[in-house]
Ligand binder design. Structure first.
Ligand SMILES: [Zn+2]
Length: 321
């Protein structure tokens, strides 16, 4: 077996920046492709990495902010034409992710919405998202097959909500088994990313080793437990001090500290998890020239006895190599 990690995009936050694509990663196990998050540019990065759209099996969404989901429609719809084989349409691409939250999160005096969009379903989950993508692109899906040979649109995709274990304070969560076919096992825990509930971290295990994807989270014991002993931890990182120096206000920074893991904290997370390598991704600030890779790695690696790597778009790691 061979298992390889590819970082498709490493930028955090929705705002496009030059020179870095939005957050997305891929794990390739014996040619089968699993995509984790689907930010800006993911379909192009998938092609740039030489990955095979006929081998895309599943997408795993950490949470439903647009920087993690915005290019999901393209990842499903652009390669639709090749999703066919000698025996008809390929198996549907499965999109796993958070379910609807139990209730629409409320705001507070400082941060709140003015208009509630789509009040009849204001916090759609992953299965809802996929259904709404199909609904929004029904024209393409219903009309394109009249002018080109296309596989049955009904077999293109399935959206699947992940039931995360209920949080019980003081004890670590038992990870939910999301996917397990004997060769690839995917487990998930809920993490804390502000009001984005549920938000998930994922662990992939194959015979070659283990990779954990933090998603977006503040420092979290459940993530550390999930990542125990993994070969690679792909962790998002923020430099809140940089953002303060560049004009982000106190109220917003306080909120961001509850949303993100600071560069001063992430090495401690990797050390407590006992992983082999910490690979940084989902940078805040996202601009590649704001902070060099060397600086990110040296600051993030403090307190971590393993290897720290500043991830970049296109970075590849062969597991077990
Ligand atoms: Zn994010």
């Amino acid at each position: 077996m061979t298992t390889e990690l590819v970082l498709l995009g490493t930028a955090g936050a929705p705002m496009p920046v030059a020179g870095r694509a939005g957050i997305s990663s891929a794990l390739i196990a014996d040619g089968r492709v699993f995509v984790i998050d689907c930010g800006r540019g993911a379909p192009s990065a998938f092609a740039d990495a030489g990955l095979d759209f006929t081998r895309l099996e599943a997408v795993f969404l950490s949470h439903l902010h647009a920087d993690h989901t915005g290019d999901l429609p393209g990842l499903l719809l652009y390669p639709w034409g090749v999703r066919t084989g000698g025996h008809g349409p390929l198996a549907p691409i499965r999109v796993y992710g958070p379910s609807r939250p139990a209730m629409l999160p409320a705001g507070d005096a400082i941060f709140h919405r003015v208009t509630t969009i789509h009040p009849e379903l204001p916090a759609p989950g992953t299965a809802d998202l996929v259904q709404h993508i199909l609904a929004g692109y029904a024209y393409h899906l219903n009309v394109m097959p009249l002018d080109a040979r296309m596989p049955d649109a009904g077999e293109l995709v399935r959206g699947i909500d992940i039931a995360v274990p209920a949080r019980t304070d003081g004890t670590t969560q038992a990870p939910a088994v999301v996917f397990d076919d004997g060769a690839v096992r995917v487990t998930a825990v809920a993490v804390r990313h502000g009001r984005a509930v549920p938000a998930l971290a994922y662990r992939f295990d194959t015979a070659d080793g283990s990779v954990v994807f933090s998603g977006d989270t503040s420092v979290n014991d459940d993530l550390i437990a999930l990542a125990q002993g993994a070969g690679i931890l792909v962790h998002h990182v923020a430099d809140l001090g940089y953002l303060r120096r560049h004009g982000t206000g106190d109220a917003e920074l306080d909120r961001m500290a509850a949303l993100h893991t600071d560069v001063s904290e992430v090495g401690g997370v990797a050390e407590r998890a006992g992983v082999g390598e910490l690979i940084l991704s989902h940078y805040l600030p996202a601009e590649p020239d704001a902070i060099t890779g060397e600086e990110w790695a040296s600051r993030a690696g403090k307190g971590f006895s393993g290897r720290t790597t500043a991830g970049h778009d296109g970075l590849r790691r062969r597991l077990g190599a």
